[in-house]
Design a protein around this ligand. Sequence first.
Ligand SMILES: NC(=O)c1ccc[n+]([C@@H]2O[C@H](COP(=O)([O-])OP(=O)(O)OC[C@H]3O[C@@H](n4cnc5c(N)ncnc54)[C@H](OP(=O)(O)O)[C@@H]3O)[C@@H](O)[C@H]2O)c1
Length: 305
Amino acid sequence: MILITGANGRPGSAVVREFARNGRPVRALVREPAKAEGLRGLPGVEIVHGDMLRPETLQDALAGVDRVLMVSSAGPPMLETQCTFIDAAVRAGVGHIVKFSGRDSIDGFDNEQFRSSRSHEQIQRYLFASGTPWAVLQPSQFMHVYFDEVPDVVKGELRLPLGDTTLAPVDIDDIAKVAYKVLTTPRHEGRIYPMTGPEALTMADAARHIADAIGRPVRYVDVSFEDKERAWLAAGYPPPRAAAFVQLFQERRRLGRSSVDLSTHELFGVEPTTFAQFARRYADVFRGDADYTVTPGLVVDGSPR
Ligand SMILES: NC(=O)c1ccc[n+]([C@@H]2O[C@H](COP(=O)([O-])OP(=O)(O)OC[C@H]3O[C@@H](n4cnc5c(N)ncnc54)[C@H](OP(=O)(O)O)[C@@H]3O)[C@@H](O)[C@H]2O)c1
């Protein structure tokens, strides 16, 4: 059996959906079953309840599991959550752990400088030392993070403190296709798979693609870090999270340039999704007419959406 953790979240649910699309059974670990409505009814998906921080709740989830995709939220508990989960998985005899990690597309970005990326490095070291066969997925910024900007986009603006910095965001569905292949085919032990999207985009490029997709003007506004921090706080981000984002965006702006790495897409035969395609697929979300849902337009006959 293959287990996907964090299955109520954006990347975890996309991988579960990819299993359903391919008609392959999978087990989905969720912390809150009430939030798993979008996964219920997907063919071949067994939903189990458990908390990765509480090993005593993971017995059912880990029973008979040979491979795991380990995903949890990017916040401060990630380090303890995933190390605790690795211990539980090793004790349960899981044969292969695929860690869902992350790495910025910015040239010269130092993972050790930022809590979230530093936690990924620490978890990876913990996993490597566990003695269990492992693989690591290392995607760049998700295209889906631009949904956080919808309240400004509906007013015709994309407001970020990035100047003409470029980023190379990747579509979660591309990552899900790679994750599916890593989890269902042999010979990935000890491999690290970096992924970015196919273009290094300025925020003016991103705004243009969103505008084209929704058929309304959207212009990029280069706001100050102070303005953006105020907006994040007003949107309900806890102050430490808003401060961490400011630090991250300052570093991105200081370094300024992203590289594209499609080696993993090419290795697994996954066609890279462009930001324009992504924006068109989610035009209703960017128009403010629909909420993002974890199971958009699922087709289960094996054909892509
Ligand atoms: N955002 C990006 O651009 C980006 C880019 C590259 C890599 N990443 C990495 O991708 C990962 C997921 O990102 P995200 O935070 O954006 O995902 P997310 O959508 O918040 O999904 C994370 C899921 O993990 C679940 N979870 C957290 N703690 C758990 C626990 N103790 N037990 C069981 N489930 C638990 C959450 O459950 P609930 O639904 O109950 O909260 C949530 O469904 C992070 O490691 C992040 O660093 C993110």
